[in-house]
Structures are given as structure tokens and as C-alpha cells.
Design a protein around this ligand. Structure first.
Ligand code: CAA
Length: 707
């Protein structure tokens, strides 16, 4: 028998234990070991029942994702499941931790399931662009009912065995799980327990479905997950579960699973699964670097960003001091936070007691001296270098000498801010994305002198507060906002050249981003961008191109500041966020174009997409080559979790490499340089792009500093 699976005997019960760290994934040696153990125990006349349990932190967390895309290695999971289902004696799966994907499917092929308290089960395959391909779509509805199973499989959520997943288990057992499972099985055998197959059960909720039920579900799925393959395939499988005999349902599942597996979307999502975990690894940060415990956090600035950051930490059980310059400013900030929590309660996302406990963790203060107890101080004030430096100078004196000092700046020089503190080794950038309590990305900006311990602590902390941390070096805009620049620039230039705002935004939302660049500018505030441009222009950081930002600067001059004034690039009806095209803006742009000598023309969708996304990707390649990002996949994580780049496209660099091709990108950048002119270097290919294309190298394998 292979190593990761053990077979032992205990008073007539065979105990099979999977021991394959870290998460007992169903790798080939596990499948082989399981098959042999199950067959041996099934044949053994002295064995009256089987308990299947796992060592370590969790029950089987699914198929081994690293095996996807590799040649198939026997035995298949289907063979193992078949052996379990036909063992001819009761088989009890003993679940703990998380029983996910193939792990739950395996448990559902056992005749019974017991679980330790707090165990969660789920079929998260949709998050990998797949569907449960080992009977999950047919068996879960038989245990949970049609609607609950559909919801669970479409969202990939984990469900607790005590409540939502109660139908999956026969008993929740206290005490040492394997022993408890053996005792439970012995007790049940004494009462005449016989094997039972989930496949033989009916599907609750499938009896009297109204006609057109699944068409309505499909329409909803298309609305909620536009462009995605797996969710629609899942609906087809659940429809089969509800309407066809088990075996035919399995055939449908098999076909649909194969289609998902072949889709580029699944490869993109698998890439992101590993990218997210890889992002936490920093090559020159030793694994054994000590980390500090962060219990108390002070947030300076009670505006939208500061408030969101405070909520983030309060939600994660930390004590928070929220500081602003006056009592009324902090009060306003706290009121907004309270409103957010109340909204979550009224929408049923949070219970009242939890919401109020979280709110109670946030203490207001109107003096910077209140930072004195904090383990971590996060500054989230206005984007003004002098102001931030003044605050950091004061923090250097007032914060505890071992406290970590973080700035939430989105563009400014973290090293210049750090220097002002007098203790730059304690300073780091923690760039949250708005709304900070919702968006999962945290850019962790490592300054020139940031201590390893500070970086390691922030990486761990990111995880603890439910964020995906990505390390960035110091540069203007770090990874995400620096890439945003060319994207916004071209959207503005295309407006000037005659493209309609709604067409530009439409191309981007059709591609899969939640919002186009122009609607996003209206939401963020046109004055905000105009102010940044004015500063950068003053500092000689912008090209001397009169067209650059011209439309938005003119709108800002006219007081059309976006959604907040009801007018920006679009018009908004009183109290509405629905963007409507505004003929006034079209006329204004036409006259501006004439003043600037820009000819207007029809711009097709392909050009819109390429002009928005190719400069963004090209800048990403520069960021990678400069070592600002540690790897291409980090850039993908930034864009998916911080900007809503469609996860099923894998992030901008995965997309360009897998779906577009680096040679094509190079060719188009050169073409646009010719067609549109390249006086300001907008279309100059990143040197890394030229090199990779010339050498046939892969972006995914590239590491900064490597050749
Ligand atoms: N296959 C291979 N490796 C896996 C894995 C899997 N299914 N699940 C986790 N890992 C690896 C991670 O990559 C990570 O490796 P590193 O330490 O080298 O980075 C390690 O296990 C620990 O994972 P996490 O850092 O995510 O640990 P966690 O404690 O935060 O979370 C977990 C544990 C909830 C199980 C989480 O890892 C998870 O959600 N895993 C994916 C589960 C999943 O999607 N299962 C379905 C697979 S598809 C399937 O099963 C299809 C089928 O039926 C045929």
C-alpha cells in the first residue's frame, strides 16, 4: 500500500486514514492507496464496517489541482468512488476541517457521514471554472434538496454541518473523531445498520417544478455571472439531477465537466488559485522571519478610506482607535461606519449582535496622541506628501517604539514618507482599495528600509483580515494605479477622437470588468484625477501633450465632478447612479477636439479594447522588469482583487500571454505607434516584451533580475 493511506483494524472495524499534508488532496498516491485499502477491507470477512478519516488539519480538500492538465494517472477518482459505493458493508466518512470538492464527493459515496463540530463542506469547483465532476451535482441535491444544492454549487460556498449542511451528515460527534466514528459505527451496526447509497434517494424539491424553472435560473445566472462557462454547465447538471435517473444524470455531469476542463476559463482560474497563494511568498524574505502580534490598530483619518480600514480590522476582531482632527470629523466617520453595519444587518448579511460588537471595537479620538497604545498605525489622510510627512514625524515620537507605521498612500513616495518618521525600518505602505472593508486586495509596499519583520508581519496580517496581500516596490502608483494610467489616458484620448463614452465603457464591461474607465472616473470624482494631474504636471511628471487629460480637466473646470455633482462624463438623475449619455458633453468634446486640432472619427470596438488594455499590460511588463512586482502572477492578483479584472480571464498578464499572445501585443503596439504617432512614448513596447518575443520566453516564468 502506498504511504499516504493507512489501514488499521479496531474491533472488527477497518480504519482507513489518509495522511497527505497539507490538505489531503486526492493526488495519485492517495487514490491508489485508498483503492487498495477499500478493496482489502471490503474483502476481509472479519471487517463488519469501515471508517474513513484523515490526519492533519482537514478532511480531503479535493482533487489535487496541480495534477490538472497533466496526463491522467490511474486509478481514477471514479474507480475509488465506485469501490467505496460497492464495498458491500457500511462505510463511514469521518469529516473534520473542510471536506471540499472531490473530498465531499468521496464522502457522499460512503454509506454514512459523521463530522466533528465546526466542520465545513462545499463544492468549490466553480471557483476553478469547473463543476463537481465526481457525482457531486447528482448526489448533493439528493442530500440537501435541489435549491440548496444549486445555490451551494453555483457559489462554491462552504456550509457548516451544524446548520446549512445538516442534511449531508448523519451525526456530529464530540471527542477524538476517529474513535468517536468507530464507536458510532459499532453502535449502529448493533442496531442492524446496512449500507445505503445516496444515488438511490430522491431529489427533494424536484417533484413539482413549474415549467420553465431552469430557464429562469439560467437567465439569472447569465445576469450574475456574464461570460462564464461553468455556472451554466452546473445548471444543466442540476436540471439533469432533477429530471433524469441517476445514471443519466452522471452522464450529463461527465460531459459537462469535460467541457469545463477544456475551457481556457478553468485554466485562468486555476492560475489565480496558485497566484494568490504564491503572492504571499517573497523570495528574499526568510521563511523563519519573526512576526509581531497585532491586537490594537490606530487609523488616522476618518474619511471613506480610514473608515473602511477601521471596519476591516474591527471585523477581524482587532481593537481600533479611529483618529481625526476634530470630534465632529470622527463622529461623522463613525456615523458612516454605523450606517454601513446597519445596512448589512437590514440586508441579512450580519446579525445585529455581531454588527454592534464590531462597532463597539472602534474607539474615536481627536488627538494623534491616541496612537500610543497601537501595535500598528495606519495613516489614511488626504493624498498630500507634506501633510503625510508631518504626521509621520509626529508618529516617530508618539507611537510605541515597536509599533509598525503604515501609510495608505496610493501614489506617493513611501520612502520619502518613511524618512520623515526618523525610523524608516518601521514604515511600510498598506494600500487598501475602496471600499476597504469589501475589496480583497492589499498592496503591501516595501520601502527601501522596511525591516523584514515588518514586511512578514503585514503579509501574515493581510491573511488574518481576509485580504490577499501583494508586495510592491516603491514607484508612482505602485502596481495597480501605475498600470491604470495608460488605460485612463487612452479612454480620454478616444473621447476626444470621437468615441462615445458609453461605447468605450461598454467594450470594457463586455470584456468583463464591472465598470468602464469613464464611469469609474465619474464615481471616483473628476476633481480627484484633475488634482493629481495638476500636481504631476507641476512636477514635470506628465508628457507635454495638450490632449492628455484634456476632456476631464475641462469637465473639472466646469464643476462637472462626476456622480457627486450629478454630472461628469455622464449625467445622473437626482439620487441615481445610473449613467446617462449627455449631449452637452458630446458637444463640449467636439469643440475641444477642434481647439486642439484633433480629428474625430468612428473608432471600432477592437481598437477601443486594445487601446485601453494594451498600454495597461505594457506598463505591467515594465513594472515586472523593474522588480516593482515580484512575478507576473502578482500583477494578475492585483488586477483581479483590486480592480475587478475578470477572474475567469486570469488577470491582465495571464490573459495577454494565453489568450492574446505576446507577439501580437508587440505587433499592435508598433502599429498604434505608426497610426497614432508616438511623440510621447505611449506606444513604445516595454523592453521585456521585445526580449521575450525575440527569445520565445514566457512571461509566467520570468522573474525580475533573471535573463
Ligand atoms: N490541490 C493541490 N494543492 C492544494 C489544494 C488542492 N486541492 N488545496 C490546497 N492546496 C495547497 C495550497 O496551494 C497551499 O500550498 P502552499 O502552502 O504550497 O502555498 C496549501 O495547500 C495550503 O492551502 P491554503 O494556503 O489555501 O490553506 P488554508 O488552510 O488557508 O485553506 C483550504 C485550506 C480551505 C483547503 C484551501 O486550500 C482551499 O480552498 N483549497 C481548494 C479546495 C478546492 O478547490 N477543492 C476542489 C478541487 S477541484 C475538485 O475536487 C474537482 C473534482 O472533484 C475532480
Amino acid at each position: 500500500m502506498s504511504d499516504p493511506v493507512r489501514l488499521e483494524h479496531c474491533h472488527g472495524i477497518a480504519v482507513i486514514t489518509v495522511d497527505h499534508p497539507p490538505v489531503n488532496a486526492l493526488s495519485q498516491p492517495v487514490r491508489a492507496g485508498l483503492l487498495e485499502a477499500v478493496q482489502t477491507a471490503a474483502r476481509d470477512q472479519a471487517v463488519s464496517g469501515i471508517v474513513l478519516a484523515c490526519a492533519g488539519r482537514t478532511f480531503i480538500a479535493g482533487a489535487d489541482i496541480t495534477e490538472f492538465g497533466r496526463p491522467h494517472a490511474e486509478p481514477s477518482l471514479a474507480r475509488v468512488l465506485d469501490a467505496l459505493e460497492h464495498a458491500g458493508k457500511p462505510v463511514v466518512a469521518a469529516l473534520h476541517g473542510t471536506a471540499l470538492g472531490g473530498g465531499l464527493e468521496l464522502a457522499m459515496c460512503c454509506s454514512h457521514r459523521v463530522a466533528a463540530p465546526g466542520t465545513r463542506v462545499g463544492l468549490p469547483e466553480v471557483k476553478l471554472g469547473l463543476l463537481p465532476g465526481a457525482g457531486g451535482t447528482q448526489r448533493l441535491p439528493r442530500l440537501l434538496g435541489l435549491d440548496a444544492a444549486l445555490e451551494a454549487i453555483l457559489t462554491g460556498r462552504m456550509l457548516k454541518v451544524e446548520d446549512e449542511a445538516a442534511g449531508v451528515v448523519d451525526a456530529v460527534l464530540e471527542g477524538e473523531l476517529t474513535e468517536a466514528a468507530v464507536a458510532w459505527l459499532q453502535g449502529q451496526l448493533a442496531e442492524g445498520l446496512t449500507p445505503r447509497r445516496v444515488r438511490e434517494l430522491g431529489v427533494p424539491g424536484a417533484e413539482a417544478l413549474p415549467s420553465g424553472h431552469f430557464d429562469a435560473v439560467r437567465a439569472q445566472v447569465v445576469r450574475e455571472a456574464p461570460g462564464q462557462v461553468a455556472p451554466l454547465q452546473i445548471v444543466a447538471c442540476l436540471e439533469a439531477a432533477a429530471t433524469l435517473p441517476f445514471e443519466q444524470g452522471m452522464n450529463v455531469e461527465r460531459e459537462r465537466f469535460a467541457e469545463c476542463m477544456r475551457s481556457p476559463q478553468s485554466r485562468a482560474l486555476q492560475h489565480l488559485f496558485f497566484a494568490e497563494r504564491e503572492a504571499a511568498k517573497v523570495p528574499d524574505l526568510p521563511r523563519e522571519t519573526p512576526t509581531r502580534v497585532i491586537r490594537r490598530v490606530a487609523v488616522i483619518g476618518a474619511g471613506t478610506m480610514g473608515g473602511g480600514i477601521a471596519m476591516c480590522f474591527a471585523n477581524a476582531g482587532r481593537e481600533v482607535t479611529l483618529i481625526d482632527t476634530s470630534e465632529s470629523a470622527v463622529r461623522r466617520g463613525l456615523d458612516v461606519i454605523e450606517g454601513n453595519y446597519r445596512r448589512s444587518v437590514s440586508r441579512g448579511r450580519l446579525d445585529e449582535a455581531t454588527a454592534m460588537a464590531r462597532l463597539a471595537r472602534i474607539t474615536p479620538a481627536d488627538q494623534l496622541a491616541a496612537v500610543s497604545e497601537a501595535d500598528l498605525v495606519i495613516e489614511a489622510v488626504y493624498e498630500d506628501l507634506v501633510l503625510k510627512q508631518r504626521i509621520f514625524a509626529e508618529l516617530g515620537e508618539r507611537a510605541r517604539p515597536d509599533a509598525i507605521l503604515a501609510t495608505n498612500t496610493s501614489t506617493l513616495d513611501v520612502d520619502a514618507i518613511a524618512a520623515a518618521s526618523g525610523a524608516p525600518e518601521r514604515v511600510i505602505g498598506l494600500h487598501f482599495f475602496s471600499p476597504a472593508n469589501v475589496m480583497r486586495l492589499l498592496e503591501i509596499v516595501r520601502g527601501r528600509e522596511t525591516a523584514d519583520e515588518v514586511l512578514a508581519t503585514c503579509l501574515r496580517l493581510a491573511r488574518e483580515i481576509g485580504k490577499v496581500g501583494v508586495v510592491s516596490g516603491v514607484c508612482y502608483g505602485f502596481i495597480g494605479n501605475r498600470m491604470l494610467e495608460g488605460y485612463g489616458r487612452e479612454a480620454g484620448l478616444m473621447l476626444l477622437e470621437g468615441a462615445a463614452a458609453e461605447r468605450i465603457d461598454g467594450v470594457i464591461t463586455d470584456f468583463g470588468l464591472p465598470m468602464g474607465p469613464l464611469a469609474m472616473g465619474d464615481l471616483a470624482g473628476i476633481d480627484v484625477g484633475a488634482r493629481v494631474r495638476a500636481e504631476r504636471r507641476g512636477a514635470g511628471m506628465l508628457p507635454a501633450d495638450p490632449r492628455y487629460g484634456a476632456v476631464h480637466d475641462r469637465l473639472a473646470d466646469l464643476g462637472r465632478l462626476g456622480q457627486k455633482t450629478g454630472r461628469g462624463v455622464y449625467r445622473y438623475a437626482e439620487g441615481s447612479r445610473r449613467a446617462q449619455p449627455d449631449p452637452e458633453v458630446t458637444a463640449l468634446i467636439a469643440s475641444l477636439a477642434e481647439d486642439l486640432g484633433v480629428g474625430q472619427r468612428e473608432i471600432d470596438d477592437k481598437e477601443i479594447l486594445e487601446r485601453c488594455l494594451f498600454p495597461l499590460v505594457n506598463e505591467g511588463l515594465r513594472i515586472l522588469e523593474e522588480g516593482i512586482a515580484l512575478r507576473a502572477s502578482d500583477i494578475d492578483v492585483v488586477w483581479v482583487y483590486g480592480y475587478g479584472f475578470p477572474a475567469w480571464r486570469g488577470g491582465p498578464l495571464h490573459w495577454i500571454e494565453e489568450a492574446v499572445g505576446l507577439p501580437y501585443l508587440l505587433e499592435r503596439l508598433r502599429l498604434y505607434a505608426t497610426l497614432l504617432g508616438n511623440e510621447y512614448g505611449y506606444w513604445t513596447p516595454a523592453p521585456l516584451l521585445e526580449r521575450l518575443v525575440a527569445e520565445g520566453g514566457r512571461l509566467a516564468d520570468y522573474r525580475p533580475g533573471s535573463r
